[in-house]
Design a protein around this ligand. Structure first.
Ligand code: ADP
Ligand code: MG
Length: 695
């Protein structure tokens, strides 16, 4: 057999064959290179394995054992139990959900590694542990002191015989038969200055580490390359944008702006004034604006966008203002319709729930230029919506949209200005990476007179007291939200849902209160009527799902209870909290957690209680969850990061950014090594991220 190189098809590697090749191809792996860049998810070795006989309560452990028995237990809560034993003892693994899956997975005498935190209830147990099926030989390897890579698994891979052991066999053959070392695009001088190993060593040892420290050394090298590629995309987008020259020039601000400022019921905060001057400078410059406006929940971003919109309208251009939910789009429309109307600006609203005739009418008016500011949901991006003269696109809560949606709206004009807003603040290093092609403005003040919302977290045993507290609060003239994770019963297990809760509460503890229910499956007309009645004080309590998470504004609500707070992310909890504390009175958030509560969930809740600062929350969320989920990296269309960990790799982020600034610098006089790196990066991002749409 011929020697292998990185481009060799996997199918011809010894031991792979058509069946395995097919399973790998399903995961996008066709060549030797693809498989070598399929990194272990984690590692098992003796240093992190604890004999069952030695475990203690609250200790985070990995244990390895044989299945002695397994099955469903019916009791107060239906659960799946597995007894795992090693030479020193036995422990129970426990799941409250997914019973069918576990039933199929376990067989007597199989060996598993289970990772989790030890709890005690009539014996030691691990609730919802992280699980890895092991082969006999990995068990032996571990006892021989080796480090075992564990790969991400899919059922297809498993069926084709490509469990972790199978993958190890293939990669081991590849490294033995590779004709050449993997070429390193990074010049040696660069490697040395950042303190990185060669690419070949990193790829090899990430699969076969000699010790724990080496894994981290490899990961850092691979992370650096990933960050370089990732930011190459961003740099290129920025370069492209900087070449666009706007076709329309704005006049200096005129009468209408003055009128609006007089009509506002409040004075702008210093933070609002600062970002407005940044936005106005953009609008008056020769390149179109691409700006991210960030600021904590409730800091008053909307009025900033409205003032920008008015300026654009005053110059005879149209504005598209897109919000992620109907409730929010309608709220913006209703709040601004009359004020803008008074100064002669025509506004419109377009959402999915209008009748076809209404949609047609709005679209027609917009195409004729008779609507100046069009508010709406993603209904705005449909093809039938056309603008006569789109000058500004505003995207509210932009992390709720994909980049494609944003692009599509943007394409309805001739390079219109773009203002995207988010209440999920982004730490600076990360912002430069993810949004390096956007300019960033931050509103760093809150309107005067806001009281900091008091936050407590409790386990759900406290529920009766909480219900009493709600009743008292309402008797004092307040209003309350109770938030649930689900609309209705699910087979996930015993998770509170808003429909059942509505039944129980209105019959029991809240029989004398006026209660309403809001969730995504209630018709928008009904939902709006309900929220309007709530706002008018005709309802006391709203039971809701997270549909009320973004933007909803009712200053009289002083209390929020979140059921199953352990299931929500930190940023989301903070967003929900932003719905209260908008008025004069002291507001309270009660986060109710239902056991089992994982360590991470506990830390999230403690953190939520400890601060109201959105930036601190964002940093902590990043550490606790990783960036993908918080900032919507995945849905934003940015490539997923496999090796980089944005919360810890700040130095790599900065180093990779400095390198790119040199490579992309206008007057760069690059020597061959660096010229090659530049070409390599451009080629790689072109082929690897062909379907990436720039911000
Ligand atoms: P967010 O930044 O979360 O989108 P909003 O724009 O919804 O915040 O503003 C929150 C509330 O603060 C609204 O009721 C708004 O009218 C009010 N508000 C905004 N700016 C000011 C200000 N300068 N002074 C007082 N209240 C303000
Ligand atoms: Mg908002």
């Amino acid at each position: 057999m011929a020697e292998l190189n990185l481009n060799s098809p996997l199918q011809y590697v010894k031991g792979v064959g058509p069946r395995k090749a097919e399973a790998l191809a399903k995961l996008g792996m066709e060549t030797v290179e693809d498989l070598l860049f399929y990194f272990p998810r984690r590692y098992l070795d003796r240093t992190n394995i604890v004999p069952i006989g030695e475990i203690k309560v609250d200790q985070p452990v990995t244990i390895i054992g044989r299945v002695r028995a397994h099955g469903i237990l019916h009791g107060k809560r239906r659960r799946y139990e597995v007894i795992l034993e090693d030479d020193t003892g036995a422990i129970t693994l426990l799941w409250f959900a997914g019973v069918k899956y576990w039933e199929r997975l376990f067989k007597k005498n199989q060996i598993f590694a289970a990772t989790g935190t030890v709890t005690y209830f009539m014996g030691y147990q691990l609730v919802h542990p992280d699980l890895e099926r092991l082969e006999d030989d990995s068990d032996r390897m571990i006892h021989a002191g080796r480090i075992i890579p564990v790969y991400p698994q899919t059922s297809e891979l498993n069926k084709a015989g490509l469990n972790s052991k199978g993958i190890r066999q293939v990669t081991s053959f590849i490294f033995d038969n590779l004709a050449q070392k993997i070429a390193d695009p990074l010049p040696p001088a660069e490697r040395n200055s950042v303190g990185l190993i060669t690419l070949h060593e990193a790829v090899h040892k990430i699969h076969y580490p000699d010790n724990r420290d080496q894994i981290e050394t490899c990961r850092r090298r691979l992370a650096f390359d990933e960050l370089l590629q990732f930011q190459t995309l961003v740099f290129r987008n920025k370069m492209k944008k900087d070449t666009v020259v706007r076709s329309h020039r704005y006049h200096p601000p005129g009468e209408k702006l003055k009128q609006l400022k007089q009509l506002l019921p409040f004075k702008l905060t210093s933070g609002q004034k600062k970002v407005l001057s940044e936005i106005f400078a953009d609008l008056q410059s020769q390149h179109p604006m691409t700006r991210l406006l960030q600021g904590d929940v409730g800091c008053g971003k909307t009025v900033v966008a409205i003032i920008a919109a008015l300026y654009v309208a005053e110059n005879g251009m149209q504005v598209a203002f897109m919000a992620p939910t109907e409730i929010l789009a309608e709220q913006h429309f209703r709040n601004w319709e009359s004020i803008l109307g008074e100064i002669g600006i025509k506004v419109g609203l377009l959402t999915a729930s209008l009748t076809p005739a209404q949609k047609k009418k709005i679209a027609h008016q917009c195409a004729e230029g008779n609507i100046h500011v069009l508010f709406g949901t993603h209904a705005l991006i449909y093809d039938y919506v056309k603008f006569a003269n789109l000058g500004l696109v505003v995207i509210d809560e932009q992390h709720r949209f994909g980049v494609q949606q944003r692009d599509k709206l943007h394409a309805k004009g001739d390079n219109p200005d773009l203002l995207v807003m988010t209440a999920t603040p982004i730490p600076r290093t990360l912002a430069l990476t993810l949004y390096g092609d956007l300019d960033i403005s931050t509103v760093d003040t809150l309107p005067p007179g806001r009281k900091v919302t008091r936050t407590v977290w409790r386990t759900h045993d406290a529920r009766d007291k909480v219900h009493q507290f709600i009743t008292d609060e309402i008797n004092k003239g307040g209003q309350a939200y109770i938030i649930y994770p689900l609309i209705e019963k699910s087979d996930e297990g015993d998770i509170e849902n808003v429909e059942d809760a509505y039944e129980t509460l209105t019959r029991g503890p809240f029989a004398d209160l006026r209660v309403g229910m809001v969730h995504g499956r209630i018709k928008s007309k009904e939902r709006d009527e309900l929220l309007a009645r709530f706002r008018d004080g005709d309802l006391d309590v709203i039971l809701a799902t997270t549909v009320i998470e973004v933007g909803i504004d009712n200053p009289n609500v002083t209390l929020m209870v979140i059921e199953h707070a352990e299931r929500f992310g930190l940023a989301q909890l903070h967003q929900l909290r932003g719905r209260i504390g908008r008025g004069e009175r002291q507001a309270t958030l009660v986060a109710l957690a239902h056991p089992p509560i994982s360590d991470i969930a506990r830390r999230r809740l403690q953190f939520l209680v400890s601060t109201n600062d959105g930036f601190e929350i964002a940093e902590a969320d990043l550490e606790l969850r990783g960036p993908g989920e918080i900032f919507g990296v995945r849905q934003s269309g940015l490539p997923e990061l496999k090796a980089a960990r944005l919360s810890v790799d700040k130095d790599l982020l900065e180093a990779s950014r400095r390198l790119l600034e040199r490579l992309f610098g206008a007057d760069a006089d690059l020597d061959t090594n660096y010229r090659n790196l530049y070409n390599y990066l451009i080629e790689t991002v072109d082929s690897r991220y062909a379907d990436f749409h720039g911000g």
